[in-house]
Design a protein around this ligand. Structure first.
Ligand code: NAG
Ligand code: NAG
Ligand code: NAG
Ligand code: NAG
Ligand code: NAG
Ligand code: NAG
Length: 374
């Protein structure tokens, strides 16, 4: 299979094949050119390498399907040294996975999961239950609590089974709370009641492969506030009643100049690590009020660095995922007009000061050496 997105893998595969079966045919060529053809320089450590040295499980990125035909993009996205974990931005969401009731289509998920498996990257899988990106058949259906719970379990069962063993973690429920700590009004809450959340976690435990980490994932919980405290109360209630849950994802969509401080992010994580859960920064990006300038870029680098440091220093935090690494595919400009440039690489695939600031934090984390055991 020729796959031009992965020239390195192709090169290594053909090297092995050459050794095994074509050595004789190529003998004259080998004698004529003594330098090994495929010898490459020792790779500089990428963020994934540095994260592991700092004791994290991963430094990861979200990947969207719309740029998979861009080799400059995929060379970075599917580079285990740079990102040893990937998260499909959209490919595993309900609207794509079950576009018709009971009809499952894993194409967009596989486009990201398959190459990441070839590259030896981990995956955070995203997501089973959300209020957004649902198919019309679901949002316009005339459901009862019983029938909608059947739809929910059937969806989780199929998708969990298809990606059996592929996911370090699943975001089981995404964004179920309002900022004031009340449950978000959506089809799930309005039809089933708040118990849809615990049902989703029980279905996920039942149908995912053993050891899969089950996460609640939300934005705006990176400080101690009404929302993050409501999430903690939900988890305490789950623990008291034996509802499975392993982790909380702090999405961490930040704005330079208005972002939570290092101490805020530490304190927010401790709401969850103090009751035995792991945490992760799952969708980190730091947008800038455009137009950009050197001061804003420097401020952005500080926010990235402080956020990653808040994970490295928090023993229960397993890793950081950026919500894409390349400005042109960021969700920010479309969702927040007037803001942008939120990622670690600019439009020319040049690493920004924020990239080097993150690398420095990870190097310092390795030097501090407080997390070697993990
Ligand atoms: C992968 O990323 C690392 C770190 O940036 C780099 O040194 C290495 O050359 C990259 N590998 C490929 C095949 O591009
Ligand atoms: C599955 O999804 C892909 C990507 O959206 C699409 O191209 C394909 O036609 C779908 N397959 C079926 C059988 O609908
Ligand atoms: C919705 O379902 C209920 C109970 O099954 C039924 O009484 C009602 O007529 C249905 N409404 C529509 C618009 O189909
Ligand atoms: C909480 O916020 C939601 C969304 O803004 C709003 O609809 C609801 O009324 C608020 N509830 C309280 C108790 O403030
Ligand atoms: C950048 O910051 C420096 C020092 O605070 C200030 O003097 C300068 O005016 C700022 N430049 C811009 C473009 O904001
Ligand atoms: C490393 O140690 C310093 C000094 O104790 C501390 O302030 C910092 O947060 C630690 N972690 C990282 C990742 O730099």
């Amino acid at each position: 299979m020729l796959n031009f997105r992965y020239p390195l893998a192709l090169c290594q595969a053909s090297t092995i094949k050459m050794k095994a079966s074509l050595a004789l045919a190529l003998l004259p060529l080998i004698i004529a050119s003594p330098a090994p053809v495929h010898k490459r320089p020792k790779p500089a450590p990428g963020l994934g390498d540095l994260a592991k040295r700092a004791g994290l499980k991963y430094f990861g990125t979200a990947i969207d399907n719309v740029v998979l035909d861009n080799d400059d993009y995929t060379d970075i996205a599917f580079n285990e040294s740079e990102f040893n974990q990937v998260t499909p931005s959209n490919g595993q969401k309900w609207v794509h996975i079950e576009p018709k009731k009971g009809v499952f289509n894993y194409t967009l998920g596989d486009e990201i999961v398959d190459p990441s498996k070839d590259e030896g990257q981990m995956r955070r899988c995203h997501n089973f239950v959300w209020h957004n990106q649902l198919p019309d058949w679901l949002t316009t259906g005339n459901w009862t609590k019983t029938t909608l719970l059947q739809v929910l379990e059937n969806h989780i069962k199929h998708e969990a089974d298809y990606y059996w063993g592929d996911c370090y973690a699943w975001d089981v429920v995404n964004e179920a709370f309002e900022d004031n700590g009340t449950y978000r009004s959506d089809i799930w809450l309005n039809t089933i009641g708040p118990s849809y959340i615990e049902h989703a976690f029980r279905f996920a435990r039942k149908h995912t492969s053993p050891g899969t980490k089950l996460y609640y994932n939300d934005y705006g919980i990176e400080r101690v506030n009404a929302k993050s405290v409501a999430v903690q109360a939900m988890i305490k209630d789950f623990q008291a009643r034996g509802v499975p849950i392993d982790g909380v994802g702090l999405q961490s969509h930040f704005t330079a100049g208005r972002a939570p401080l290092y101490s805020d992010i530490r304190a927010a994580q401790q709401l969850y690590t103090s009751i035995g859960l792991e945490t992760a920064l799952t969708e980190l990006d730091v947008r800038i009020d455009l137009p950009d300038n050197a001061n804003k870029t420097a401020a952005q680098a500080r926010v990235y660095a402080d956020s990653v440091r808040a994970c490295v220093d928090e023993e229960g935090c397993v890793g950081v995922t950026v919500w894409d690494f390349w400005d042109p595919v960021s969700w920010v400009p479309e969702s927040f007009p007037g803001q942008g440039n939120a990622c670690l690489w600019d439009e020319n695939f040049v690493r920004k000061p924020a990239y080097y600031a993150v690398a420095d934090v990870l190097k310092r984390g390795a030097a501090n050496g407080t997390r070697w055991e993990r």
